[in-house]
Design a protein around this ligand. Structure first.
Ligand SMILES: *[C@@H]1O[C@H](CO)[C@@H](O)[C@H](O)[C@H]1NC(C)=O
Ligand SMILES: *[C@@H]1O[C@H](CO)[C@@H](O)[C@H](O)[C@H]1NC(C)=O
Length: 471
């Protein structure tokens, strides 16, 4: 199947750029003609695809998002040097591994559907995925230039380059399995997400999303963390069969994983809260190939690397923040109160923290232990080379970071890349993916940060190709 109505390669960036801009300034949009052209192009594609789908697969719903994966970009381009990252490479294979007398086989899936959860260490992970993507020239599922991927919103996805398929999704967005399956098939993509112990996750969100500051304003500077949290939780009813709070702070993992839609499904009508939670966890279990645990980050990354057939150098991350605030501990009573409200997230965490053990067994306990040790040593050496750890600088959100070393700036620019926040890297990835050959970031912007990263990307790819990149 092919869709001839796509704008030609050279116009894609402008169209998307303009389209994005039109969304950002929709109220004072000044070029209705262009908006009209975009709409006509999109509509034509939509109609065309609808008929194609109707012809090819009677069961398939011809919705816009689903059809992106199905036909826009699936025509093979024989001349493309990029096909090795796309459909030409088998995306799954069996990896044999001998352990003792036993031969294990694990299924390796090359593509990654990662559902990003809030305050679970995911911005660090997304940087890791973006770095892998830049080096291997992978295609990301994302809306151009934005940080949020709210699938179903009326905006086009950034297309993969011609002749290739989507390799990764890792932007924020609620999990909607039916849509995700169409964009990245389960057979060839590892479905993954990450959960964090519900007390520390709450604490982090409580502070990050401003609730702590608001409560402190009400209670005064002398209030303890226990008092602040109690005051905050008092404004919500405790969960029962008729009501359970889900927000960016309470049960936010459940929220990100699609609890809203799932729990309101017709088949759960009349169920108790506990029945709904159990059904939800069962559903997640069948959707997710592997759920990582923030509290066990290094093990999580090692397991992920095994499932994706990656190297240890593909999972290097940097701790970007020196712990900025002194740790305050809360009482057991407060912890219990948090757990009472985090009724869904608590059970999601417990379930996947337990099944994590089975993943370790599957890869091999001894092997995982050895890999984690090796990884931690390499990673720590890498991090110490990236930063001048005796010099601190101010980071975003009142954090403190270390200064990047000369080595990190000039020798191994992976350091600079990994130290950059994912919201900024998202823009770089968008430009690269729009540039078709994924080598040169498109310029045309006066944003000096972009130029800086453009050089970094070029060097990253060159060093990686020459195997000159130590990590
Ligand atoms: C892992 O490293 C080896 C040796 O450098 C390389 O040949 C291979 O392609 C790498 N695998 C991946 C998935 O990058
Ligand atoms: C997660 O599982 C591990 C291993 O079973 C256990 O040691 C740890 O206490 C669990 N974490 C929490 C927060 O329950």
């Amino acid at each position: 199947m092919s869709c001839k109505c796509l704008p030609s390669q050279s116009v894609v960036p402008d169209i998307y750029d303009e389209y994005e801009r039109s969304l950002m300034v929709s109220s004072q949009y000044s070029n209705p003609k262009l908006g009209y052209i975009v709409y006509v192009i999109l509509l034509t594609c939509l109609v065309f695809l609808f008929f194609q789908l109707a012809n090819n697969n009677g069961n398939e719903k011809g919705n816009f998002l689903g059809s992106q994966k199905l036909s826009y970009y699936s025509d093979q381009n024989e001349n493309s040097h990029l096909t090795d990252t796309g459909t030409a490479t088998p995306t799954t294979f069996k990896q044999s591994e001998i352990k003792g007398d036993e031969v294990r086989q694990i299924e390796v899936k090359r593509n990654l559907m990662f559902i990003k959860t809030h305050k679970c260490g995911t911005s660090t992970l997304v940087d890791v995925f973006y770095l892998k993507g830049v080096r291997d020239r992978l295609n990301f599922v994302m809306h151009p230039y934005t940080h949020q991927l709210n699938i179903g919103a009326k905006r086009p996805l950034l297309p993969p380059r011609p002749g290739t398929v989507y390799n990764m999704q890792c932007q924020h967005g609620t999990f909607r399995p039916n849509i995700e399956h169409e964009i990245m098939p389960k057979e060839t993509s590892l479905y993954s997400t990450i959960a964090r112990s519900p007390v520390s996750q709450f604490k982090s969100a409580f502070s990050f999303f401003g609730a702590e500051g608001k409560m402190r304003k009400k209670l005064g500077p002398g209030a303890t963390i226990d008092e602040l949290i109690e005051k905050y939780l008092n404004s919500y009813p405790p969960p029962d069969d008729n009501h359970v709070t889900t927000s960016l702070i309470i049960n936010s993992v459940a929220n990100d994983l699609g609890w809203g839609t799932f729990s309101n499904g017709p088949e759960l009508e009349g169920s108790t809260l506990q029945e709904k939670i159990e059904a939800f966890i069962k559903h997640l279990d069948s959707e997710m190939d592997f759920v990582m645990i923030t509290d066990r980050m290094d093990e999580s990354l090692v397991l992920l690397k095994e499932y994706l057939g990656w190297n240890i150098t593909d999972i290097m991350y940097l701790n970007r923040m020196v712990s900025s605030k002194p740790r305050v501990s809360m009482s057991d009573k407060t912890k219990a109160r948090i757990l009472q409200y985090q009724v869904i997230d608590r059970q999601i965490f417990d379930h996947f923290n337990e099944s994590f053990e089975r993943h370790i067994d599957k890869i091999g306990r001894e092997k995982v232990k050895a890999l984690v040790k090796e990884f931690q040593e390499i990673r720590e050496t890498f991090e110490n080379k990236c930063f001048d750890k005796d010099k601190t600088v101010k980071g975003p959100y009142d954090s403190i970071s270390w200064e990047i070393s000369d080595y990190g700036k000039n020798v191994n620019v992976a350091c600079t890349f990994l130290q950059t926040r994912d919201v900024i890297l998202t823009k770089v990835i968008t430009e690269l993916q729009l540039s078709q050959d994924y080598t040169v970031a498109i310029d045309g912007s006066s944003n000096s940060k972009k130029y800086l990263l453009q050089e970094i990307v070029t060097k990253l790819q060159r060093d990686f190709a020459n195997n000159a990149d130590p990590v």
